[in-house]
Design a binder for this molecule. Structure first.
Ligand SMILES: Nc1ncnc2c1ncn2[C@@H]1O[C@H](COP(=O)(O)OP(=O)(O)OP(=O)(O)O)[C@@H](O)[C@H]1O
Ligand SMILES: [Mg+2]
Length: 377
């Protein structure tokens, strides 16, 4: 019987992260309700209970809150003031609206990271002409313009070659910040879960490969010197503690050719960079997210294999990825995950993880399986 003793978690959003959280909810006997706009959203199709509505609709958020013990998120494009009102009337919102704000507002985030003494790219508010001029003088063009709110998958990130290109971006409207373009040796992510009292479970550092602002591949653990990995973990845990994050968070980091570790951004939810934890870790990020927001004991984040490599399956024009699953499964060791989404160019439709004892071999196999899903044989 699905008794009244089930813990009830509400998740705002019903995409692939909510879908994979639903798998964990089944394991843990948790009743997951997602706030979804469509019944074919990935988490709804996977059997999560649904409250219909939009993440920016205060009434829909209140209806979701009324059905559950704790409210959490699969994305951060949520009405902040409405969330704050829910929290003020005693709803358990985890992460808290004020912690979540660090994933919603890139300017607020940069300022908070600096206050915490954490290194980040030099930045300025785009309308601050003197600030932008100082940035250009110190770091040179090109600079990187970023939408202050609402960007994801690189939308809202524009490399600008000069002041004219920056002006053209600002003419699109909205608020922007401008950053130095950091020379990147590698990008890393630290995925961790944090309970309300501060206990944390930290996965091994992940190496991420982005193309055109979209994450394509992961290798866990990252192939970086131990000191770099330790620095990344220190920065991420200080950040999570400093903003009182609860649930899973993913801290995205830049590593420069001289080995400096800079914070790019933080997501306060399960994250693409944690997908290798499903097979690669003793406890997946999705299980630990539920455990953390329910204030339950966290699971072991350490690895089950020496290496896990994950390759995202991005939409192609001709793609019926589901029809090609058998071909992908012919690759030994390929763990295929499809999100139940229709194909559009560049859209994240799924991912493939391969475990092994050699990063290159695992990556090669995961790439082969991912390619088999997106290209005709
Ligand atoms: N200041 C910078 N210098 C160099 N590269 C950058 C800089 N900012 C962003 N990038 C590149 O663009 C990618 C996307 O940037 P960012 O993570 O800030 O955007 P986003 O759209 O919020 O991404 P996400 O999909 O993670 O939500 C980064 O992973 C990095 O590859
Ligand atoms: Mg990012």
């Amino acid at each position: 019987m699905n008794g009244r003793t089930s813990a009830r978690v509400g998740m705002v959003g019903a995409g692939q992260l909510a879908r994979m959280t639903q798998r964990a909810a089944i394991d843990l006997g948790v009743a997951l309700t997602v706030l979804a706009e469509r019944d074919d959203d990935p988490a709804v199709a996977a059997g999560a209970a649904v409250e219909h509505g939009a993440a920016d609709d205060p009434d829909a958020l209140a209806r979701l809150a009324d059905r559950v013990d704790v409210v959490t998120f699969d994305h951060e494009l949520v009405d902040g003031p409405a969330l704050a009102r829910l929290a003020a009337r005693g709803v358990a919102v985890r992460p808290s609206p004020s912690a979540l704000a660090h994933a919603q507002d890139k300017l607020l985030a940069r300022e908070a990271f600096a206050r915490l003494g954490l290194p980040g790219p030099a930045h300025a508010v785009a309308t601050d002409e003197a600030g932008v001029a100082a940035l250009a003088a110190a770091h040179g063009w090109p600079l990187v313009a970023k939408a202050r709110r609402g960007g994801y998958d690189g939308r809202g990130v524009v490399v600008v070659a000069d002041a004219d290109e920056l002006a053209a971006v600002l003419a699109r409207g909205g608020e922007w910040i401008v950053e130095q373009r950091v020379p990147l040796a590698v990008e890393l992510a630290v995925v961790l879960a944090r309970r309300p009292g501060g206990a944390m479970a930290v996965h091994p550092v992940v190496e991420t490969v982005q193309r055109d602002g979209i994450c394509h591949e992961l290798v866990m653990p990252a192939r970086v010197p131990a000191a770099t990995a330790a620095r990344a973990v220190a920065v991420a845990t200080e950040l999570a503690t400093g903003i009182d994050a609860v649930g899973v968070c993913a801290v995205e980091l830049f590593v420069t050719p001289t080995g400096d570790v800079l914070v790019n951004e933080i997501a306060l939810r399960p994250h693409n960079s944690g997908h290798a934890t499903i097979e690669g870790a003793v406890t997946s990020q999705f299980h630990n997210h539920l455990r953390a927001v329910l204030d339950w004991p966290l699971g072991d984040p350490s690895m089950r294999a020496l290496v896990a490599a994950t390759v995202n399956v991005l939409g192609a024009d001709d793609g019926d990825v589901a029809a090609r699953v058998p071909t992908a499964l012919a690759v030994p060791g390929a763990h295929v995950h499809l999100y139940g989404k229709t194909s559009r160019p560049g859209r994240k439709l799924g991912h493939v993880t391969v475990l092994g004892d050699d990063a290159d071999a695992a990556l090669t196999a995961a790439r082969r399986a991912a390619r088999a899903l997106t290209r005709p044989a």
